[in-house]
Write a protein that binds this ligand. Structure first.
Ligand SMILES: Cc1cc2nc3c(=O)[nH]c(=O)nc-3n(C[C@H](O)[C@H](O)[C@H](O)COP(=O)(O)OP(=O)(O)OC[C@H]3O[C@@H](n4cnc5c(N)ncnc54)[C@H](O)[C@@H]3O)c2cc1C
Length: 417
């Protein structure tokens, strides 16, 4: 079924009886060419590009809960390509380009909105570092504009420019950055993959990985054993647990990250604003809710809910940036499990087990990575060779030092990325 304006009109005039389920609820077969563990954004996008770009359709995505129930449906939806270091820079640039054609490609409205992201700075030194980052982004072929305090104030007058601790000196604007509706991204990729023959299997937890003589043979699941020539572990916050089923110990820690949304308000914030010093970021959803988030809860956990000290910290940061926010009522908050890597960059690589692949380490930023991650992971699985856009995301970099990408310059600390 294709979505179009004409279709909406026709359905509206005929009682909306012609809409169909967006994907088949498949039952598992005994064998597949490729099994993808994890029905989040990255798993679904991998399945989609395997089918679309490489013609590999005998594929199953195994999801222990429901599609989109993980972090892909829990994030604050920011999409940007403002990375500095080689490796990340070309990868996120590739991802943003895929985002820009995604709705046409999927024939699905993911509400991608290039409303622009502004990253604030609060000293001359930070401004210099920001300009350097902006130059790197422009060299990569992406956009970046420095805004001084006066220009920024004209654009976003509602910030507290004279906060005693964090006076705002200016900001860097990436106009092509913005937001997208997170769960629609999962649904769009799911629909596209299912239409091309991929089996999407929900309520199917992988409980073991079968390996014989160093070669992957399939998986054990709560719905029985499934044989597979290739298996990809694409489970984000659960990466360490699933990799342990293959006897692997990953350099990944799982931490909780919380987010918040207020009651719906009239349009007030028409950009994404990032306040790095307070580790606070905010945008306004199309429904009117102010969507914002902060820092990690700072202890390893698999609980998809957070604790009150961080709630207090986030509210304080919001008040420091934008005192008017104190009048808004918070409607709800939630948490997601983040797969934190030591250098703040992801892993997309084969493992030492033949036919077993790993996609993890997305830290704070895996939503905007979904299109490129799916493309790069599918390329690796289909061709056996890394995609140029993700060639530095090697698993062995933590042992060999080759390809280390310390984006934040904060050293190998999981909880600082
Ligand atoms: C509060 C919050 C805000 C965020 N904000 C942003 C943002 O603004 N921009 C951005 O780019 N990123 C953001 N992120 C990060 C981003 O959401 C994640 O990095 C990304 O969604 C992770 O990849 P995924 O979508 O594949 O993960 P998930 O959706 O978590 O998918 C993994 C799936 O694997 C399944 N699974 C796990 N174990 C098994 C098993 N044994 N068997 C079968 N299935 C299994 C899980 O149920 C889950 O559905 C944020 C995250 C959070 C929590």
């Amino acid at each position: 079924m294709r979505f179009s304006g004409w279709r909406v009109l026709k359905e509206g005039l005929t009682g909306n009886k012609g809409w169909q389920a967006h994907w088949r609820d498949a039952t598992p077969k005994s064998e597949y060419d490729v099994v993808i563990i994890g029905g989040g954004g990255h798993g679904l996008a991998t399945a989609y590009y395997l089918a679309k770009k490489h013609g590999i359709t005998n594929v199953a995505v195994l999801e222990k809960g429901y599609l989109g129930g993980g972090n892909v449906g829990r994030n604050t939806t920011i999409v940007r390509a403002n990375y500095f270091l080689p490796g990340n820079s070309e990868f996120y640039s590739h991802s943003l380009k895929l985002w820009e054609g995604l709705e046409e490609d999927l024939n699905y409205n993911v509400m991608h909105s290039q409303r622009g992201q502004i990253v604030l700075f609060h000293s001359d030194g930070q401004g210099d570092a920001m300009a350097r980052r902006g130059n790197a982004m422009i060299n990569q072929g992406d956009d970046a504009e420095m805004l001084d305090r006066a220009a920024l104030r004209r654009m976003v007058p509602y910030l507290d420019y004279d906060n005693a601790r964090f006076p705002i000196y200016g900001g860097m604007l990436q106009r092509r950055a913005g937001t997208a509706r997170h769960d629609a991204v999962a649904w769009g990729y799911a629909r596209g993959a299912s239409e091309r023959g991929v089996d999407l299997i929900q309520n199917c937890e992988v409980t073991g990985i079968d390996i014989e003589g160093g070669v992957v043979k399939g998986v054990q699941t709560t719905r029985g054993a499934i044989r597979a020539r290739k298996v990809a572990m694409v489970v984000a916050g659960r990466s360490s647990q699933v990799a342990a089923m293959a006897g692997m110990r990953l350099p990944i820690e799982s931490h909780v990250l919380q987010a918040f949304v207020t009651e719906g308000l009239k349009p007030a914030i028409d950009h994404v604003i990032s306040f790095g010093m307070g580790h606070f970021y905010i945008s306004q959803s199309d429904k009117g809710g102010l969507v914002f988030g902060g820092d990690l809860d700072m202890y390893a956990s698999y609980a998809a809910r957070g604790n009150l000290p961080l709630v207090e910290h986030v509210m304080e940061a919001g008040m420091a940036l934008m005192p008017a926010i104190g009048k808004a009522r918070v409607l709800r908050s939630w948490g997601g499990i983040m797969d934190m890597s030591p250098d703040g960059s992801p892993v997309i690589d084969r493992t030492h087990i033949d036919g077993l692949y790993l996609n993890c380490g997305w830290c704070y930023g895996g939503f905007k990575a979904v299109p490129a991650s799916g493309d790069v992971t599918a390329h690796l699985i289909a061709t056996g060779a890394p995609h140029t856009a993700g060639a530095r995301f090697r698993l062995d970099r933590f042992r060999t030092g080759r390809g280390l990408m310390d984006e934040e310059g904060t050293g190998s600390q999981h909880n600082l990325h």
